[in-house]
Ligand binder design. Structure first.
Ligand SMILES: Cc1cc2nc3c(=O)[nH]c(=O)nc-3n(C[C@H](O)[C@H](O)[C@H](O)COP(=O)(O)OP(=O)(O)OC[C@H]3O[C@@H](n4cnc5c(N)ncnc54)[C@H](O)[C@@H]3O)c2cc1C
Length: 382
């Protein structure tokens, strides 16, 4: 049937394409609608993923930029703690190539991707999920049994109603050049990113990604970060490369409705500690796919059945999201001096052995450890 798919997916970012790949593999007729002219445009991401995530998709060699073997964390006074490993701690991928790869995987299983296809209207009725997509300047209507919103965090008028209370952060990042950076460096302090952090991540050759996550005033904080004594003499940044996006860290989103599910960053399925969204988005996409399969088996696309998706994904990552919110809230109340004291305690009191056993994606245990063994000890010194 013309202009019909079993499932319509809005957004060909990694999570939309992954969802399409999984569904197409199961034999569904999937249409992916992407507003950009090509896949992997306008990305703002450092591309850091864990080994688990890397292996989950079996990423091709040319997508991998580098493996990371060490991380350094700096307190406001420049005191630092370093962790080295003989095995990769994380991987840095080329996000543009990654998005293209994920989309090719979906298309390879039979999904159809429409490019330059901005979805301008969404409607559901008793028999279908309907969209109006502006494809190459022509408005066309498409229908499906069910729709998946994978637009990233997007507060355009069509999607705004998903986010009742918008409490987002800004993720700002620039590309620059640096001599000799092998580690990911993380910087704490109220002058850098209050209650959050800034980072340097090595990229291709001498390229570096420098960024931070803040609640307000991202440009001002980034400019100040670049003037930090520990950074300013090492790095040269091109102002034109600065990109800033909204990050829905810790936001509550209703991710289901009649004939519709929301996945990935659009559903705020991002780590509340770091803002990383690729791994959690993929995990939740798998849950969404299982729910969609069930809906087709029962010919029931009602909100009542689809709410199971939200219950399941919150069961999977909800405790992590909550723990991250707790540590963010504690951090946002600390002075620079207090962060310095905590860093001292962490250096002395066996934090590094704990890090060795820490999972790159799951931070809850580390957060409890930090609260119990570091912050509670710090309280007596504050
Ligand atoms: C500075 C920064 C650094 C980050 N670093 C990391 C990191 O190191 N590791 C990590 O895991 N995560 C990181 N993230 C988060 C990560 O980038 C996101 O979680 C991830 O991109 C989410 O994928 P997605 O597919 O849900 O959404 P997106 O990647 O945003 O994809 C959504 C797609 O939908 C399309 N779209 C939107 N609206 C429409 C429409 N109306 N019609 C058609 N198409 C539409 C968009 O063009 C886009 O292609 C970072 C984020 C920021 C801001």
């Amino acid at each position: 049937m013309k202009n019909y798919h079993d499932v319509i997916i809005i957004g060909a970012g990694p999570i939309g394409s992954y969802t399409a790949y999984l569904l197409s593999k199961k034999g569904f007729n999937v249409g992916i609608f992407e507003k950009n002219l090509s896949i992997g445009k306008n990305i703002n991401c450092t591309g850091i993923i864990s080994e688990k995530c890397y292996k989950k998709i079996g990423i091709k060699e040319d997508i991998l930029v580098r493996s990371v073997y060490s991380i350094k964390a700096y307190s406001p006074s420049g005191n630092h703690i370093s962790y080295y490993s003989s095995e990769p701690i994380a991987y840095i991928i080329d996000r543009m190539k990654f998005d293209i790869y994920m989309n090719e995987m979906a298309n390879g299983e039979g999904a159809k991707t429409y490019l330059n296809a901005n979805v301008e209207k969404i409607r559901t009725d008793g028999s279908s999920f309907k969209i109006v997509a502006n494809i190459n300047n022509e408005c066309r209507e498409f229908r499906s049994k069910i729709g998946v919103i994978a637009t990233g965090y997007c507060i355009d008028s069509v999607y705004r109603s998903l986010y009742k209370r918008r409490t987002h952060y800004f993720g700002i990042q620039a590309k620059g050049v640096i001599d000799n950076l092998d580690s990911i460096e993380v910087y704490f302090g109220n002058q850098i990113a209050p209650g959050s952090f800034g980072w340097l991540a090595p990229y291709k050759g001498s390229e570096v990604m420098v960024g931070l996550i803040v609640k307000d005033d991202p440009i001002r904080y980034l400019k100040r970060f670049l003037k930090e004594p520990l950074i300013s003499h090492r790095i040269h940044v091109k102002e034109k490369s600065i990109k800033c996006s909204l990050l829905p860290i810790g936001m509550n989103v209703k991710t289901y409705g009649d004939r519709v599910l929301v996945v990935g960053e659009a559903a705020a399925q991002v780590k509340t500690t770091t803002g990383g969204g690729i791994y959690f988005g993929m995990l939740c996409s798998e849950i969404a796919v299982n729910t969609i399969i069930k809906a087709f088996e029962r010919t029931d696309f009602s909100e009542n059945l689809l709410k199971e998706y939200q219950v399941m994904w919150l069961k999977k990552i909800g405790p992590e999201l909550k723990a991250g919110k707790v540590i963010r809230s504690i951090f946002s109340r600390l002075s620079d001096k207090q962060i310095d004291i905590l860093m001292d305690i962490a250096k002395r009191d066996g934090f590094l052995p704990m890090i060795r056993n820490m999972d790159f994606d799951w931070h809850r245990d580390a957060i409890f450890y930090i609260i119990k063994n570091i912050i509670s000890k710090g309280l007596s010194n504050f």
